[in-house]
Every structure is written in structure tokens, then in C-alpha cells.
Design a binder for this molecule. Structure first.
Ligand SMILES: Nc1nc2c(c(=O)[nH]1)N[C@H]1C(S)=C(S)[C@@H](COP(=O)(O)OP(=O)(O)OC[C@H]3O[C@@H](n4cnc5c(=O)[nH]c(N)nc54)[C@H](O)[C@@H]3O)O[C@H]1N2
Ligand SMILES: Nc1nc2c(c(=O)[nH]1)N[C@H]1C(S)=C(S)[C@@H](COP(=O)(O)OP(=O)(O)OC[C@H]3O[C@@H](n4cnc5c(=O)[nH]c(N)nc54)[C@H](O)[C@@H]3O)O[C@H]1N2
Ligand code: SF4
Ligand SMILES: [Mo]
Length: 903
């Protein structure tokens, strides 16, 4: 089933009308002023931005994972407006509607402003305000004995988004716990692993040269609405298409905004992207369109072996798997190859977050290598993070003048250590069989789950969705659990299990949450510590650059923290000082500005200029094309040895070989930062990991080379079974934006989207209610053999032409029961919690009355929290959550069209 651009105009029109209907007003500026004296809504509304009086301060947006350089306009000690910073080479001065959410979340009337301690049972919603001294003393008293007893691992630090650039790691390392956990698996690990396997861990993200490309082959990436770095791509993609006539081809399961602006959109069967990519590879090879010279110079897999491997993946096979016509697959493959090197692939969670997703992304990445566009103008580029020479003479990131907490950094849990002996027998056996270098990186089952070794093989990606079940299974005893920018209790798969564990005081005796808003996670804490928001704090910033020149930026406070909020770095510093035992010496600074000034000591411009610009980049540096062809400096060559067989240059460090380059045509060049210095299209790490964890060699995830097999759950789907997809609204960010003023006004629900034929089959129309039942996946590790129901949810239908008929899709972000009155769709929050947060309850009642979408006012309501029905479903070896695989059955609940639901 294929759609052309023309078909699309009507969908995008249908999608955009309605979305903006309704009065634009409502969830108010703040009722809380600096110093927290409640001010009336009316008085605040009177104030307007006056550029003559306002001060412009550059900083880095925290509205989503993209982290754009922005400029905040500050007037009368409040931030009035956030605009783009044109010096940011990634965002080029553009922003999105979420950016001003930073103002909403800073000034939200129900923001947490004081340390609070729970009163009554955990999760009971009753709190009392305590002083910082009380809060920090109590936490330090809980933590200190763990460190003194030599069991620092019983302190678990779990974060969602940490932009303190190593500061929180300073804290966990100084404490000595290896249990520094994140949510990488929930987000993008299946998508990063293939990249790091191909190009080396330094390149966990690519930077396609969209400013010069002629052809973009997109497998499910959605930069027009989401995508880490989506904003950096939007303008570049539109310019490419409109100004230069570039073609954008998108494979999706639903008409996302990216599909809508693409030249072509093909609705594909879920998780069939790998089959399409392999069939395209076969066409390119068969028709002599491959850049064989590039392949032979840089790929680590024999060309003829590769050709033989592709034999079964015909375009007819891919058509049968995906529903995309074989003729289209071949045509697109040709067009793509003929545009080389000015062509690139693109993909994100849509292709990767499936049982077969790691291999699908490897197949997609292989297309670039085949046509030789890697690092070429208009092609698939890899931008370095290295910026300038630091004091050690290395090209690098900023350095910091504080002692590194090495003495207390965690040590591996190797056979013979105390920690190792506490592991279950089967785990001990598995780890004993690991190669020495894997054992060097093993830190127990929470940080480095032995069944998912590729979650930590390249770098510490962690398997966040297993943290709570593993704690429940007592694979790690926990005394103190600290949540930081984390919403697991709402947004992880099977979130109710996370809540169950977080509520159980026998499993987690003490829970500290550092947050800005009273969300579902904070609600299950014992002590809540109020963080400064992104408009009130310092952070260092760097990321891959689509401008192909590395840069760095500074987040700086535009205003003082409200109430008693404190930046997390100060919280950790003060905790470290209280815990003592030597920990304090890694936090020997008084002021955060001093800390970051020292961090940037080597920056080629002075600190005040950096603060005034917000961004620094070496404008004279050549663009990061073909980094792999750059010559290794003679001095380095002189110190290196050469391996005669692989032609790699290497040095010995700590008794190990580190490759630093490779000889090509007699020239010592850098190559790629992989062990072979080539692009590892073939990677024996996959079968090795499979063998060591007992995954059958026949499993798709055990393959050394990119391959395809259908997701086990999708084989023989019966007529009444569908695949549930989830996605992100363009104006929302995860579970944390439901109360942001502009976001909530525009989108506040998440109907179940389905194709007209699907709706017809189910006998439903837009506005009708359906019930979805999801099932636990079968067939791999951590899966039971049965198709057991996991959960049920009821929600309204929205019929959307252009959806794949087998797919239903439901957005994240809605249906909160915490995060205050706006996120709750007008329902007031428990009174004592409000008092704890010192908000004026009459103001909140007034705010509740302004929620025009509240059910009480005849509105559509605030949507449905969907994450309890998602089974915990990690992909084998890498551990990324397979978000888009879930099989569900759908039942019509009411045929009564609800007139309040807009299409
Ligand atoms: N507005 C906004 N932007 C954000 C975020 C946000 O919350 N809101 N979050 C940020 C974060 S943390 C992330 S991880 C990124 C995520 O950025 P993306 O990965 O680009 O977006 P998601 O919505 O997670 O994407 C999944 C997309 O894949 C599609 N899809 C599902 N199954 C398949 C399939 O089998 N094949 C194909 N081809 N497509 C499929 C879905 O329909 C959906 O559009 O966005 C970041 N940017
Ligand atoms: N159904 C479904 N579920 C999904 C997804 C999906 O597409 N569909 N996407 C998944 C993805 S890609 C991701 S990355 C995860 C995200 O999952 P999480 O990282 O857990 O979620 P967030 O909602 O971004 O934020 C978590 C918490 O951070 C707090 N917070 C926000 N700003 C600050 C701050 O400045 N300081 C502090 N201390 N706290 C702050 C918020 O109040 C919130 O409590 O969700 C995943 N869940
Ligand atoms: S994309 Fe929008 S919300 Fe995300 S960082 Fe950039 S401006 Fe902020
Ligand atoms: Mo994410």
C-alpha cells in the first residue's frame, strides 16, 4: 500500500484542522512569584514583554532531548519569552513550540518549591514541609552506613535525563556505587547499538549532511514531530526538498508529520523495515550500483560473501513481508544509489524498537556503506565531539579542575569478590564464562544485566525496564533509591509494576526523588527535593552537530530558583559533604559558576564572552567530512606498531592493544574507531553474546551480519489481532509536559488512531469507545510461553486515513493522575500535597475552572495513561524495549458516537 505526496495533502489537511480548535488561553502564568508570595493571575497577565526593559540571556533549552541553543528574555525577574539562538549551528536559531514550556514549568503554580517529607503511608499523598538541613541530614544518615560498610551498591541512582555532564557521575563514583541507572533501553538503545557496532562507540549518533543531500531514505524516523535532534533536521529537510528538489522517502506505519511532508510515504507492515532494506541492498548489488571500491576499502565483510547472503532477500520477499510493491522497492533502491554520495538513510525508534529491530537498523545502515556515501558531502556523516586541544594536548571536551573520584569509583564484580558471591548461581556461571574484558565491565545485574551484555558492551546503556522487576526478584538488595528527572511510575512499560516496587518498603526502604513537579514518581518518594529548573541552573552542553562542526554551549541561570529550589549539583555537593568519609573532597567548590568556569578553562574564548554568546564553535575548522581518511600524525605513527595481517596501527596500554589507525594504499589513516578500524558490517560480538547467554544461534539477534526474520509474535497473526504502536505528539515531551501551558491547550488527549478499513471491521467510528487487551510476548528470554493478557485500556477512537490497517496507534503523554491540576484535566490534586507545595488553593480552583477540555465542563477529558498495558519486552542481547511489537485485540465498547471527540 503506497501513498504519494498528492494523497498526502488531504491527510495533512485533515490532521491539522481540529488540532488547534478551541480558545487559546487558560492554564495561566504563575500564581507564584519570586520568593513564592502568591500573586494574582490577573496581575501577572497584565505584564507583557517589553524589549526595552528586558535582558536577553542565552542558554540551552531543556524542553526535550534536542537541547537547542536559545535566548531567554528576562524582565522583572521573570522569563517572558524564549527565542532561538542563531549562533547554534544545529538549530540555526529556530525553536519549537515546546521551548516556552520551560517558562510554564518554572512558573507552574503546583511546582515543588520546598523539601517535603511523607506523612503516613508511602504513596498516600500526605506531605509536610521540612528544612533542607533536615532533608539532607536524613538522606546522608541513610547513605553513610552503606559506604562505611563497603556496600555502596545498595544505593541506587536512577535518572531519566541527566544534563549535568558528568556531575551526577562524580557523585555516584565518589560514593562508590555502580548502580547508576538510566532509561536508555526505554528510549533508543536498539538504535544506538547498530551504529556503535558499525562505526565505534564514539559515533553513537550520526549527522547526515542534510544541507547538501539529494535523497533521504527514512525508515520510521519522525523528525518533523519528535526525534532526538528533530528540530535540527526540520529546516534542513524542508530546504532540501523545496529549494533543491531532494526526494524524501518515508516508510511508516502511520501518516506522521514526517510521512506527510515526504515526497513519498509507504505504509509498511510493522517491523518489516529490515526486509525492505535487505531487498534494496540486493537490488543495488545485483544492478551493479554498489560502490565496490569503497566497500572493499572500508567494510570488514567480503563483497562476494555479502552478495551470497543477500540472495534470499528478493524484492518479492520484501513485498510479501512489508506490503510495499516490489517495483517500488527496486525503484527506490536505484534512485538512492544513483544519488550517491549525496544520499543518506535515516531511522529511529520506529525501525529499531522491535524484536528484530537491531538487525533491521544494521540492514539500513548497510545501505550507506554499499553506496559509499559515508562521510561524503550530502551523505551519511559522522560528526566528532572533539572540539579543541585540551591541556593534555588531546583533542577533546572541556576539562575540570577538580580531583576525579577514582578511589571510590566502583570495581568490577569479578569471580572471587564479595559482590560476585552474592549473585544467583546461574548468573555467576554466566559471568564466569564471559571473556576477561567483559568481566572488567561487569557490575552486577542492575547496572550490567548478564542476560543483556550488549546493553553495556559499547557503553553503559542500561536496561531501565528491568530495574524494578530485578529489585522485586532481589537480584540486588537496595537501601536507598534516588530518582532524578525520572518518570518510571508513569512512562515505563508495565508502569504499574514499577509503582508496585516503588511502593513496597521491604524492597525499597528509602526513596528520594529530585524533581520539579509532583509527578507519579515523586508521589512514591519518602523525601522530595525541589530541583532548580533549566531556566535557573548551570549545565554544560555538547552533542553531535548537523552543521558538521563540533560545538559546545552553556546552560546558565536566567533567574534565581523559585522558593527553596536548588540545582541538583548543589544538592549532591551538600549531600557528599554530609556523608563525608573523604567524599567531600571531590566537591571542593562553593559556587556553580566557578565549577563550570573551571570546566571550560581551556575554551579558546573567555568565560564572559562564552556566557554572552551561549555557544562556542571553531568557525575555521573544516567540516567533518571523511574523518576516516585523515592521516595519523607522524608522531603517533612513530609510537605505534603495525599488525601485518589487518594493517591496523596499534599501541599497547595496560597490556592491551588499542588500534589508532589503519594503513590504506600505503598511507596511515584514522579509519573508524572500531577494533578493526573498518566499518564492522560483520560483527562477531552478536553470535558471541548469544552463545554466552544461551540465545539459540538460529535467533535473528545472534547473526553476525545484518539479517531479517519476522517478529515471533507477528507470525500467524489472527484476523482479530492488531499491532499497537505508540508515538509522540509534536507539542508534548514524554510524561512531563502535560501541564505546560501551550502544550496542554493544543493537545490534551490521545485517542486510538486506526485506518478507516480497520474501524469498519471493528464497527466503530471516530468518538466511539474501544477496549484494547494486550498480551505478553512469547518465544524469547524473559517471555512466558503463553499469550497471557497484560492489561486492558479503554479509549476513544480517531479514524485516520493512511494508517496501516493492521496497526492502531496511541500517543504517550496523557492521562496523568499527578503533576497537578492541569495535567489531571481539571481534577484537583490532593489538598495536603498542595499545601506542602505552598500553592494557594483558591488560585488552583480558579485554574481548574479554566480547563475547558475537562470532562466536568463537557470536554474530551485529559486522555488515557497507556503504559500499564505495555509488557516489559526487552530485545534479546541489547535489551531495548520493543515498544512497537505489541499484539492486541480490540473490542467495541460503545457504538455511541461521542460528539465531544473531535476528529
Ligand atoms: N515532540 C517531542 N519530541 C521529542 C520527544 C517528545 O516526547 N516529544 N521525545 C524525544 C525522545 S526521548 C525521543 S527517543 C525521540 C523519538 O523520536 P522518533 O523515534 O522519531 O519518534 P517516536 O514517536 O518515538 O517514534 C516512533 C515512530 O515510529 C513509527 N513506527 C512504529 N512502528 C514502525 C515500524 O515498524 N516501521 C516504521 N518504519 N515505523 C514505525 C511510529 O508510528 C512513530 O511515528 O523524540 C525526541 N523528541
Ligand atoms: N507509551 C509510550 N511510552 C513511552 C514512550 C512512547 O513513545 N510511548 N517513549 C519513551 C521514551 S523515548 C522515553 S525517553 C521515556 C522518557 O521517560 P522519563 O525520562 O521517565 O520521562 P519524562 O516524562 O521525560 O520525565 C521524567 C521526570 O522528569 C521531571 N523533570 C522534568 N524537568 C526536570 C528538571 O529540570 N529537573 C528535574 N529534577 N526533574 C525534571 C518530570 O517532572 C518527570 O517527573 O518515555 C518512554 N515512554
Ligand atoms: S526541539 Fe523545541 S523543546 Fe526541544 S530543545 Fe529544541 S526548542 Fe527546546
Ligand atoms: Mo526517548
Amino acid at each position: 500500500m503506497s501513498w504519494t505526496r498528492r494523497d498526502f495533502l488531504k491527510f495533512s489537511a485533515a490532521l491539522s484542522t481540529g488540532a488547534l480548535a478551541g480558545p487559546l488561553l487558560a492554564c495561566s502564568p504563575s500564581t507564584v512569584s519570586r520568593g513564592s508570595i502568591p500573586e494574582s493571575l490577573a496581575a501577572l497577565r497584565e505584564r507583557r514583554l517589553d524589549y526595552r526593559k528586558a535582558r536577553a540571556v542565552p542558554t540551552i533549552c531543556f524542553g526535550c532531548t534536542t537541547h537547542c541553543g536559545v535566548i531567554g528574555w528576562v524582565q522583572d525577574d521573570r522569563v517572558r519569552l524564549v527565542e532561538g539562538n542563531p549562533l547554534d549551528p544545529n538549530s540555526q536559531g529556530t525553536i519549537c513550540s515546546k521551548a516556552n514550556g520551560m517558562i510554564s514549568y518554572t512558573d507552574y503554580p503546583e511546582r515543588i518549591l520546598y523539601p517535603m517529607r511523607r506523612v503516613g503511608p508511602r504513596g498516600g499523598g500526605r506531605w509536610k514541609r521540612i528544612s533542607w538541613d533536615q532533608a539532607l541530614d536524613e538522606i546522608a544518615d541513610r547513605m553513610r552506613p552503606l559506604r562505611e560498610a563497603g556496600t555502596p551498591e545498595r544505593f541506587v541512582f536512577h535518572y531519566g535525563r541527566d544534563k549535568t555532564k558528568g556531575f551526577s557521575k562524580r557523585f555516584t563514583d565518589a560514593f562508590g556505587t555502580p548502580n547508576r541507572l538510566n532509561r536508555r533501553s526505554i528510549c533508543s538503545s536498539n538504535r544506538r547499538a547498530p551504529l556503535m557496532s558499525f562505526y565505534g562507540r564514539e559515533f553513537e549518533w550520526e549527522s547526515q549532511d542534510l544541507e547538501r543531500t539529494k535523497y533521504v531514505l527514512n525508515f520510521g524516523g519522525n523528525p518533523m514531530e519528535a526525534y532526538q535532534g528533530g528540530l535540527f533536521m526540520r529546516k534542513r529537510l524542508i530546504d532540501a526538498k523545496v529549494d533543491r528538489g531532494a526526494r524524501i522517502v518515508t516508510f511508516e506505519v502511520r501518516p506522521s508529520a514526517t510521512a506527510s511532508v515526504s515526497t513519498e510515504y509507504h505504509a509498511v507492515a510493522p517491523a518489516s523495515d529490515g526486509a525492505i532494506a535487505l531487498a534494496m541492498a540486493r537490488t543495488i548489488v545485483d544492478e551493479g550500483l554498489a560502490d565496490r571500491a569503497f566497500w572493499e576499502r572500508w567494510a570488514n565483510w567480503d563483497f562476494d560473501e555479502m552478495r551470497a547472503h543477500l540472495e534470499p532477500f528478493t524484492s518479492a520477499f520484501a513485498e510479501a513481508e512489508s506490503g510495499v510493491a516490489a517495483t517500488d522497492i527496486e525503484r527506490i533502491a536505484r534512485e538512492f544509489a544513483r544519488s550517491a554520495p549525496a544520499c543518506c538513510t535515516m531511522s529511529n525508534r520506529g525501525s529499531a524498537k522491535h524484536y528484530n529491530g537491531v538487525q533491521a537498523d544494521r540492514a539500513i545502515r548497510m545501505l550507506d556503506v554499499l553506496v559509499g556515501n559515508v562521510g561524503r558531502p550530502g551523505g551519511f556523516c559522522l560528526s566528532s565531539l572533539r572540539m579543541w586541544k585540551n591541556r593534555y594536548g588531546q583533542e577533546g571536551l572541556p576539562v575540570i579542575d577538580q580531583p576525579a573520584p577514582r578511589p571510590h569509583a566502583p570495581k568490577p564484580w569479578k569471580p572471587g569478590t564479595r559482590e560476585f558471591e552474592t549473585l544467583p548461581r546461574d548468573v555467576q556461571e554466566r559471568v564466569r564464562a564471559f571473556p576477561e574484558e567483559w568481566q572488567e565491565r561487569y557490575f552486577g545485574e542492575l547496572a550490567t544485566p548478564s542476560e543483556y551484555p550488549l546493553s553495556w558492551h559499547w557503553y553503559a546503556m542500561r536496561v531501565g525496564q528491568l530495574v524494578h522487576p530485578y529489585i522485586q526478584q532481589r537480584r540486588q538488595e537496595v537501601d536507598v533509591y534516588m530518582s532524578y528527572t525520572l518518570g518510571a511510575a508513569y512512562g515505563f512499560p508495565e508502569a504499574r509494576l514499577a509503582r508496585e516496587v516503588l511502593t513496597d518498603e521491604a524492597l525499597i526502604p528509602f526513596h528520594v526523588a529530585i524533581d520539579v513537579s509532583y509527578g507519579e514518581q515523586a508521589a512514591l518518594a519518602d523525601i522530595i527535593l525541589p530541583d532548580a529548573t533549566s531556566l535557573e541552573r548551570w549545565d554544560a552542553h555538547s552533542t553531535n552537530s548537523y552543521g558538521l562542526r563540533p560545538y559546545t554551549g552553556i546552560r546558565q541561570p536566567l533567574v534565581e530558583p523559585l522558593g527553596e529550589a536548588r540545582p541538583a549539583q548543589i544538592i549532591w555537593r551538600d549531600l557528599a559533604r554530609r556523608i563525608g568519609g573523604g567524599m567531600e573532597r571531590y566537591f571542593d567548590f562553593d559556587d556553580l559558576e566557578d565549577y563550570y568556569r573551571a570546566w571550560y578553562a581551556e575554551l579558546p574564548i573567555d568565560w564572559e564572552t562564552f556566557k554572552a554568546r551561549g555557544i562556542w564553535m571553531d568557525e575555521d575548522r573544516p567540516l567533518d567530512y571523511e574523518l576516516h581518511e585523515r592521516e595519523v600524525p607522524a608522531a603517533e605513527v612513530a609510537r605505534a606498531e603495525i599488525d601485518p595481517e589487518s594493517q591496523t596501527l596499534f599501541v599497547q596500554k595496560d597490556g592491551k592493544r588499542h588500534t589508532i589507525g589503519i594503513v590504506r594504499d600505503g598511507r596511515p589513516v584514522r579509519g573508524f574507531p572500531t577494533p578493526s578500524r573498518k566499518i564492522e558490517v560483520r560483527d562477531e560480538t552478536f553470535p558471541l553474546a548469544a552463545r554466552l547467554t544461551g540465545l539459540p544461534a538460529s535467533d535473528i539477534n545472534a547473526s553476525a551480519v545484518p539479517t531479517y526474520a519476522r517478529v515471533p509474535e507477528h507470525v500467524d497473526l489472527s484476523d482479530d489481532e492488531y499491532v499497537l504502536t505508540t508515538f509522540k505528539w509534536n507539542v508534548h515531551t514524554q510524561g512531563r509536559s502535560a501541564y505546560w501551558k501551550h502544550a496542554a491547550e493544543i493537545v490534551h488527549t490521545n485517542p486510538v488512531m486506526m485506518a478507516p478499513v480497520t474501524a469498519e471491521r471493528l464497527g466503530v467510528a471516530t468518538g466511539d469507545e474501544v477496549e484494547l487487551t494486550t498480551y505478553r510476548p512469547k518465544g524469547a528470554s524473559d517471555r512466558s510461553g503463553e499469550r497471557d493478557p497484560v492489561g486492558r485500556l479503554r479509549n476513544r477512537v480517531r479514524v485516520v486515513p493512511g494508517m496501516h490497517p493492521r496497526v492502531v496507534a496511541c500517543a504517550h503523554h496523557s492521562g496523568h493522575w499527578e503533576h497537578g491540576v492541569v495535567a489531571r484535566g481539571g481534577e484537583p490534586t490532593i489538598a495536603s500535597a498542595r499545601v506542602g507545595m505552598n500553592a494557594d488553593t483558591s488560585e488552583l480552583d480558579a485554574l481548574a475552572r479554566e480547563i475547558w477540555w475537562s470532562k466536568d465542563r463537557g470536554g474530551v477529558g485529559h486522555g488515557v495513561a497507556i503504559n500499564d498495558v505495555y509488557p516489559i519486552n526487552p530485545a534479546p542481547l541489547v535489551g531495548g524495549q520493543n515498544w512497537f511489537d505489541n499484539v492486541c485485540r480490540i473490542r467495541r465498547v460503545s457504538g455511541q458516537k461521542d460528539p465531544r471527540t473531535r476528529a
